[in-house]
Design a protein around this ligand. Structure first.
Ligand code: C5P
Length: 417
């Protein structure tokens, strides 16, 4: 099925090595039936040629703000008016800064300033440039203004450095475009997602925490939002940006997380991806425990935390229609996960193996990729290794299918009665 049939995309290709991925993106968008018109910036033209871009898009490529013929035939205002969505891929640090501050000194920045259509940016740059407070502040401003963002991803960069800044892969960008323009499968639904670790206070300074990065949970929140759901993300402390278009509520402890989840109800879908601490110190001291005051190391007794997943999955009233838990196991995966599905009272469990792989590296925690199993009441599916973003998109797609099946069954029941 051509899910973007008849849609018009204006693709702005700015300067960066990732510009080569824009060529594949044009191919994928056209494969889904979209028309693609491109603007190639001066920087972008150092990485890909106008000839390649026009050959793939089968359209004239626009570069010059001052071209009299272009301005007569297709001015910068019309370029944005005739598109359904403007995609900037790659979005360089420079173009992001221009868009943030309203500069308009070339065709791409002028079109963006004149745009009356949603804008989706795919940042791509060196990790230091991405982490620079100037870029981070620009990105936060753009997100607050409703500019959509896909990526960047972390990994090895063409410049030899490693970190956040790789442009998302064309397939992920295609999904983000579909999320904006395609039929929104989860429109009208409310999804609750938990993510990240919990911190359980020992005293005002110290806590018991865990190594969860929140990457998988945050990616799921984004994917559900792109699928049209209204999303409330309840997150423990993480070093990640808030996903665009998602209501993010920050908490520290498991008890705060449970409270925030209850506050967010009712929800149609609930995904519990957080690594919730099983125990907390029985007493959290008001003042920092002083080393000098203690004759020996203090004893910390622990109390069990509430199980948020179990609590929400077994609610009599307000149980979400689809409750999904996560499980990290080191052995006997299928048997343990099946038992957990029953014990927690949820509908599905996304499970992964944790611990060192053959080369001694941790398989899941903090990694960019993940290899999971989807355990439902009837199946145990092996999903191939993929980025956390791709897993999130696949999960959102499965959720949409399931909710669609629920809806049809409900309509059939209503017809009969
Ligand atoms: O029991 P276990 O920690 O393996 O269960 C993992 C699943 O349960 C995850 O979905 C996690 O978010 C959820 N959980 C929870 N509250 C807890 C412990 C786990 O919601 N206190």
């Amino acid at each position: 099925m051509h899910s973007l049939k008849g849609k018009k995309i204006l693709l702005i290709i700015s300067g960066g090595i990732a510009a080569y991925k824009a060529l594949e993106l044009i191919r994928l968008l056209r494969g889904e039936g979209a028309g693609v018109r491109c603007i190639l910036t001066e920087g972008g033209s150092h990485f890909v040629t106008a000839l390649s871009v026009s050959a793939l898009s089968e359209e004239k490529v626009y570069s010059d703000l001052w071209s009299l013929t272009d301005e007569a035939e297709m001015g910068h205002i019309r370029l944005s008016r005739e598109a359904d969505l403007i995609v900037v891929a790659p979005a360089s640090a420079d173009l992001i800064a221009k868009l943030t501050h309203g500069l308009a000194n070339d065709l791409a920045s002028t079109v963006l300033l004149a745009a009356d259509k949603p804008i989706l940016i795919a940042p791509a740059m060196n990790p230091q440039m991405w982490n620079n407070p100037a870029t981070q502040s620009n990105i936060a401003t753009l997100r607050a203004r409703g500019v959509f963002q896909c990526g960047p991803e972390a990994g090895d960069m063409a410049c030899g450095e490693t970190g956040w800044g790789r442009m998302s892969e064309p397939a992920a960008l295609l999904e983000a475009v579909k999320g904006q323009l395609g039929r929104k499968a989860l429109s009208g639904m409310h999804a609750l997602v938990t993510s990240g670790p919990t911190y359980e206070a020992i005293d005002p300074v110290r806590f018991i925490g865990n190594r969860s990065s929140g990457k998988q949970g945050h990616a799921i929140a984004s994917a559900l939002s792109e699928a049209g759901a209204r999303v409330t993300l309840v997150s423990g402390p993480v070093a990640l940006p808030d996903p665009a278009g998602v209501k993010t509520v920050y908490v520290e402890s498991a008890r705060e997380m449970l409270e925030a989840c209850k506050q967010a109800l009712p929800a149609d879908i609930a995904v519990f991806a957080a690594a919730v601490g099983d125990w907390r110190p029985s007493v959290s001291k008001d003042r920092k425990i002083k080393k000098s005051n203690a004759s020996s190391a203090p004893d910390i007794t622990l109390t069990e935390n509430p199980d948020i997943l179990h609590t929400i999955a077994t609610l009599k009233k307000e149980r979400p229609r689809l409750v999904i838990g996560f499980a990290a196991e080191t052995e006997n995966l299928e048997k343990n996960v099946r038992a957990k599905l029953k014990k927690k009272g949820c509908d599905w469990i996304v499970a992964n193996e944790v611990g060192p792989d053959e080369s001694g590296q941790e398989k899941a925690f903090g990694r960019e990729s993940n290899q999971v199993y989807l355990c439902t009441r009837s199946d145990f599916e092996h999903w191939p290794k993929a980025s956390k973003r791709e897993i999130a998109l696949k999960l959102a797609e499965r959720i949409a299918q399931e909710i669609g099946d629920h809806e049809q069954a409900r309509k059939r029941r209503n017809k009969k009665s």
